[in-house]
Write a protein that binds this ligand. Structure first.
Ligand code: ADP
Ligand code: MG
Length: 299
């Protein structure tokens, strides 16, 4: 079961679009796929055709009330399930304050699902708070969607350092598989420069012990395509909304590339560490009562 966290602390870079359409492409290819919506904005939930009403069981119940995922997820298409988000999830961060082991709640619950799915996708919100930390602690892999424009790489160092910290303290198996270039405009000189910078950055990391030592940029680029921006409001994936557009072609190509790299990851190793959130919203990982490092802010 490949457990993939889709992460970038920047908003509007294509995380949700990628989660939903890549999941739909893999489901259409016969893979059993479950999307966990970890963003209180619930965009993936809506995109997959479920209206978040704040009453139906959601990821809030999973994280705060330890409700099994099997009771929360709903099937939305052949081979495709979603564990919905709703606005209640925004309170989870605060409600979990002081709960020991709150950064590994999801990992422990996901263990019950080992073998039920081929792919778990976790759509994260634009922050490195406790919801994203739960995703990183449960994931075998990280995919980072990135819009190659000015300042695209700004914040990348912090994001990668966060994966490194989680790998060292909580989830030793965590790997950054790669970057997905989204909202791509091939003709732009800036796109080429960003891609070159990234390639050089990853090349330099090849012999290091970091989670991104084997990271690459996926060959399939997701071009800017208006149909991709239209389909969420119809609660449909691009394959149901406009199956012959560039957007559908690009996500189908990405799905083939992702499938080509499938190796069965081991179930997560369990390390005991915990996180603290101070009054400024800074997240830190603690072990043995000593603060180790600061990993990010909720902003
Ligand atoms: N390849 C694309 N072409 C056109 N619009 C896109 C594309 N990818 C995403 N969008 C649109 O850009 C906006 C931000 O994308 P989204 O996936 O919601 O980003 P994030 O989840 O990172 O905040 C949304 O309105 C989405 O429909
Ligand atoms: Mg999103």
């Amino acid at each position: 079961m490949r457990r993939i966290a889709i992460i970038n602390q920047k908003g509007g870079v294509g995380k949700t679009t990628t989660t939903v359409n890549l999941a739909a492409a893999l489901a259409a290819a016969g893979q059993r796929v479950c999307v966990l919506d970890l963003d209180p904005q619930a965009h993936a939930t809506t995109h997959l055709g479920i209206e978040p009403d704040g009453k139906s069981p959601s990821m809030y119940d999973v994280l705060v009330n330890n409700r099994p995922l099997a009771e929360v997820r709903r099937q939305v298409a052949d081979n495709l399930w979603v564990a919905a988000s709703d606005i209640n999830l925004a309170a989870a961060e605060v409600e979990l304050a002081g709960v020991v082991g709150r950064e590994v709640i999801l990992r422990d619950l996901l263990l019950q699902d080992e073998g039920c799915f081929d792919f778990i996708f976790m759509d994260c919100g634009p922050s490195l708070g406790v919801l994203t930390l739960n995703a990183l602690s449960s994931a075998s892999e990280v995919f980072i969607p990135l819009q190659p424009h000015f300042l695209a790489l700004h914040g990348m160092g912090k994001l990668l350092e966060t994966t490194s910290l989680v790998a060292r303290r909580i989830n030793p198996g965590l790997k950054v598989t790669g970057i997905i270039l989204s909202l791509f405009e091939g003709g732009a000189r800036l796109s080429r420069e960003v891609v070159q910078d990234l390639e050089e950055y990853f090349e330099r990391a090849r012999s290091t012990a970091t989670p991104w030592a084997k990271a690459t940029i996926f060959r399939s680029r997701i071009r800017r395509n208006i149909k991709l921006a239209e389909c969420p409001s119809f609660g449909k994936s691009i394959f149901d909304y406009a199956p012959h557009c560039n957007g559908a072609e690009d996500y189908a190509a990405l799905a083939r590339e992702v499938l080509g790299g499938t190796q069965t990851p081991p179930p997560p190793t369990v390390l005991s560490a915990r996180v603290e959130l101070d009054e400024r919203g800074q997240v830190s990982v603690l072990q043995g009562g000593h603060e180790l490092e600061e990993v990010g802010s909720r902003k």
